[in-house]
Write a protein that binds this ligand. Structure first.
Ligand SMILES: Nc1ncnc2c1ncn2[C@@H]1O[C@H](COP(=O)(O)OP(=O)(O)OP(=O)(O)O)[C@@H](O)[C@H]1O
Length: 248
């Protein structure tokens, strides 16, 4: 079987008349964690939104497991193609309980299957499990992010698109979320992730893709990039910082 799960070929997409992805081409392997890097505004989140059918593809194509999914709706991607999207920020129904949020996440499965799967998801997140009947908004930031990931996992997705899961989380919770993504990848799930926490993310990812102005500028093995002496300059603020003043 071809190891490529996701393929962008010459993709152009954006908002209104303003194109953000400019003939972007890349491939992400099945069962691997691919990290999307690049400066603010490079188009990383836009890649996830375009793949998930939230933005119109103006040119080029997107394939999933070799099948053309260009123009497919978010609903069809979720239900028919097994793609789950965990966007940036908080995306729960805060006033509803943890259980109700899970039930809503699994609504397309039918209540019976959904209820059968909820315990297996909760086993991954013991802290969330203890708060099953509390309002989602009363959970800590980390627990809420775990619940969002859990809600996505109910559908047993083939592909998870995850946008900056570490925002607002303590290093320990970030480590837990990363460990979980690693475990999912080892079980065959393809993970495409945007993450600003570059060094920790590279330690757990398999491959790294970097964008600049919606174009691919680098595609490397994550460990190779982690050991690249230019990483500080490229991805940790140096490349876009103002140049040092010339010596007098
Ligand atoms: N809904 C929108 N309408 C118009 N422009 C948008 C919208 N969302 C994002 N943009 C613009 O598209 C560009 C790329 O945004 P995107 O969120 O993909 O970047 P990013 O690489 O994920 O950045 P960051 O690291 O800051 O999250 C930015 O210039 C942004 O202002």
């Amino acid at each position: 079987m071809d190891p490529i799960a996701i393929e962008f070929d010459d993709v152009v997409a954006g908002y209104g008349d303003f194109m953000i992805l400019n003939n972007l081409s890349f491939k992400a392997k099945r069962g691997k964690i691919t990290l999307l890097l690049g400066p603010n505004g490079a188009g990383k989140s836009t890649v996830l939104k375009t793949l998930f059918g939230m933005l119109k593809v103006r040119n080029g194509s997107i394939k999933l497991d070799g099948q053309d999914i260009t123009g497919a709706s978010a609903k069809s991607l979720l239900v028919e193609h097994g793609v789950a999207f965990v966007p940036q920020g908080r995306n729960l129904f805060g006033q509803l309980s943890v259980m109700e949020n899970l039930e809503l996440g699994g609504i397309t499965l039918g209540m019976k299957t959904c209820r059968e799967r909820i315990p297996e998801v909760l086993d991954l997140f013991p802290r969330v499990k203890e708060r099953l009947h509390s309002a989602a908004a009363s959970l800590s930031g980390g627990e809420q992010k775990q619940l969002e990931v859990g809600r996505a996992l109910l559908l047993r997705p083939k592909v998870i698109l995850i946008d900056e899961p570490s925002i607002g989380l303590s290093p320990m919770v970030v480590a837990d979320v990363f460990k979980l993504l690693r475990k999912l990848a080892e079980q065959g799930t393809t993970v495409l992730m945007v993450e600003q926490n570059v060094k920790s993310a590279l330690k757990m990812a398999d491959e790294a893709i970097a964008l600049e102005s919606g174009r691919l500028v680098l595609h490397k093995a994550a460990d190779e990039l982690l050991n690249d002496p230019n990483i500080e300059r490229l991805f940790l603020g140096g490349a876009h910082a103002a140049p040092a003043p010339a010596a007098a």
